[in-house]
Design a protein around this ligand. Structure first.
Ligand code: 5AD
Ligand code: SF4
Length: 479
């Protein structure tokens, strides 16, 4: 059944924001004249790829407002902290930073500090900031990111605090400027929000219900990225397999992938995240049909125990998950599979945990992102009895990690002596005499090359392997 249609932020509203952009720009010209330099912004991102991409939009708007960029709190005239609340330790880190900025504000009274993102969509967090962190001038949320020019103008103009979150239930804003972090790989949002309500997860409460972007807008963005030389995109959504359910036309994620593959020349396409309950045969088939769709799938399992999966509200059993993996592998031989796993969900017994270990052994994921369960206020699981004692959780977590690291290394061992195709992303940050890039399967490859092959597709002979990356020497430049 179709859900209520996605609502676009009206063009008049986007125009209004452009006008506020101009107003801040004018103020910043004045600032530059007074101080003899451009004002600088520092955008600090916590959390997932969705947040990283939101920060690119924040930076895009700031650039249009006349800001330059710096990478330290000390040098900044505007600090924006784009926060995550999926786990408690991410929140604690943010509060630590905000607290430590109090003295900076005393030294630089014109400094504007803003906090945005998932954390600020929780009313109790906004209250805490209001009460204890007066050095924070601006709080905005995930749904009104596009209103940053107006909100920042208000702060600069009035010198007052501005707190504005959750004004709408989440419209889709098209046309927000983006300052991308790289010029080879780009994030492209295909949908916002999540309707799944896994019982441990805060995301649906802070990111709102699912809203898909229109296929024509996504296609347009990808075409533009191709036109300016991008070689790889990752299509983003909390659950990309729900794509299109809220759109008036009959379109799903498999159709969207086909549309992009057939109408653009982008060499590589990735996507995340896929919910196992929604992965369709059509999607698996499209992945097999188009070589530009990378042979890689992130498919969070969360637990190997059917009982626990039920209490997590995941809507699949262990057996169904394994069946999906089998189907995916049959049609996409050699596909690299990655997953997310939570350890210590309330009520997790030794048997449940053994089920997780045995599933990991059975599937042999290329990599698993493992998380200790974090109790999130407002989610159903926060009230579940039988929270698992910390020492038990820690012991299980270490066992899982050791198992997965062993498997990742064994899988990587299989690459020794092989030749792989790598899209070079530039020089390795840890060793400037090497280049770095990824295979279609998303393996990091650090390699030697006699010439600068940044942005090029190359073949690399693998000579050494580690748990998290491969090493080798370039053989041939393909593009
Ligand atoms: N505690 C621990 N991990 C969580 N995740 C989501 N919510 C929680 C939580 N409360 C993990 C899930 C998800 C990933 C993005 O974060 O594994 O797939
Ligand atoms: Fe959270 Fe589940 Fe939605 Fe993922 S699918 S964002 S884990 S509620």
């Amino acid at each position: 059944m179709k859900r209520a249609s996605t609502v676009l932020v009206p063009p008049e509203e986007m125009e209004k924001q452009r006008q506020f952009q101009e107003l801040v720009y004018t103020k910043n010209i004045g600032f530059a004249a007074e101080q003899g330099r451009k004002p600088l912004a520092f955008v600090r991102t916590f959390g997932c790829q969705m947040n990283e991409h939101d920060s690119e939009k924040i930076s895009g708007m700031l650039e249009k407002m006349g800001y330059g960029f710096c990478d330290s709190f000390e040098d900044a005239d505007v600090i924006i902290m784009n926060t995550c609340c999926v786990r408690e330790n991410a929140e604690e880190k943010v509060f630590g930073h905000i607290g430590s900025l109090k003295s900076l504000k005393r030294r630089k009274p014109w400094l504007v500090t803003a906090v945005c993102g998932c954390m600020t969509e929780q009313p109790h967090i906004v209250e805490e900031i209001r009460k204890k962190y007066k050095n924070v001038d601006l709080v905005f949320g995930t749904h009104n990111l596009h209103r940053l020019p107006e909100l920042l103008f208000k702060v600069l103009d009035s010198g007052e605090h501005v707190y504005e979150t959750s004004r709408t239930s989440g419209e889709v804003a098209e046309g927000v400027p983006v300052k991308r972090g790289g010029n080879i790989h780009a994030w492209v949002t295909v949908m916002y929000g999540c309707n799944n309500y896994c019982t441990y997860c805060i995301v649906p409460y802070v990111r709102g219900h699912e809203r898909s972007r229109r296929p024509e807008d996504i296609l347009e963005e990808v075409k533009k990225l191709c036109g300016i030389g991008y070689s790889e995109i990752t299509l983003l959504g909390q659950n990309v397999n729900s794509y299109g359910k809220d759109l008036p036309e009959p379109v799903d994620f498999a159709d969207l992938l086909r549309l992009i593959c057939e109408n653009t020349s982008i060499p590589r396409i990735r996507f995340m995240t896929s919910h196992p309950k929604d992965i369709s045969d059509r999607l698996i088939a499209v992945m097999a049909e188009f070589p530009q769709i990378c042979n890689q799938l992130h498919l969070p399992v969360q637990s190997g125990s059917t009982g626990l999966l039920k209490r997590m509200n995941r809507h699949y059993t262990r057996e169904q998950y394994l069946e999906t993996v089998k189907k995916v592998r049959e049609q996409n031989p050699g596909i690299a599979l990655t997953t997310d796993i939570i350890v210590g969900f309330p009520g997790e017994t030794d048997e449940d945990f053994e089920d997780t270990l045995s599933l990991v052994e059975q599937v042999r994921f290329d990599q698993a992102y493992t998380f200790i369960y974090s109790r999130r206020e407002g989610t159903p699981a926060a009230k579940y009895p039988d929270q698992v004692p910390q020492d038990v959780v820690k012991e299980r977590f270490d066992r899982l990690l050791a198992l997965q690291n062993r498997i990742s290394k064994e899988i990587n061992d299989g690459y020794l002596g092989e030749v792989v195709e790598v899209l070079c992303e530039g020089r390795s940050k840890t060793n400037l005499s090497r280049y770095t890039g990824r295979t279609g399967g998303n393996k990091i490859v650090n390699f030697r090359s006699p010439s600068d092959v940044t942005g090029k597709l190359v073949t690399v002979k693998i000579e050494n392997v580690q748990t998290f990356f491969l090493e080798g020497t370039v053989l041939e430049v393909l593009s």
